[in-house]
Design a protein around this ligand. Structure first.
Ligand SMILES: C[S@@+](CC[C@H](N)C(=O)[O-])C[C@H]1O[C@@H](n2cnc3c(N)ncnc32)[C@H](O)[C@@H]1O
Length: 166
């Protein structure tokens, strides 16, 4: 069982369903228009895809999950909010489950210079500000959330893919 946080139109699902054609996927997203595109595109896999509309900050993530993934979706969260989401993800995973996050990442120097990273913002949906962090900050937050092993699968000074194992 895979949970996709912020699936959008489901670009990442094409690759997943190619590798694991029988995968069961639970998607959480708050965009009805993106969801409509996804459901049309994956209509032949409809029985394997369960949609939970809403914010992943509020919608409970079901338990016993093998993988939680998020691609290009959680870069607008400040540090405390990201940590609390990581803790929620940690609880949802099976003991050997993994969280895989692919998103924007900046260098530690850029992070030091950024005054946005240290601030928090209202979570009422009235804003969307990109708050990318350095890979080290993301690894630190994963560790604080309880993850036991983190691997940086990809990093190119703009984006990173990090696997955090429970
Ligand atoms: C840039 S799109 C990425 C879509 C897809 N994961 C991809 O990589 O192509 C970001 C998605 O995250 C969703 N999103 C942003 N904040 C969210 C939140 N708090 N709860 C649920 N979905 C959210 C948006 O609705 C949007 O569909």
């Amino acid at each position: 069982m895979i949970v996709d946080l912020g699936y959008g139109t489901g670009l990442e699902l094409a690759w997943i369903l190619q590798k694991a054609p029988n995968a069961e996927i639970i998607g959480i997203d708050l965009s009805e228009s993106m969801t409509a595109v996804l459901l049309d595109h994956y209509r032949e896999k409809r029985s394997q895809i369960k949609i939970l509309y809403g914010s992943y900050l509020k919608v409970p993530i079901p338990g016993n999950i093998d993988f939680v993934i998020s691609s290009q979706s959680i870069h607008h969260l400040d540090k405390p909010t990201k940590l609390s989401l990581y803790k929620k993800i940690f609880k949802a995973l099976k003991p050997k489950g993994s969280y895989i996050e692919g998103d924007y990442a900046i260098s530690e120097e850029e992070e030091r210079q950024s005054d946005v990273s240290s601030k928090s913002f209202p979570l009422d949906g009235s804003y969307h500000i990109d708050i990318p962090f350095s890979v080290n900050t993301l690894l630190g937050l994963s560790s604080q959330a309880g993850f036991s092993e983190m691997n940086v699968l990809f990093y190119n000074h703009q984006c990173s893919v990090i696997q955090s194992k429970r």
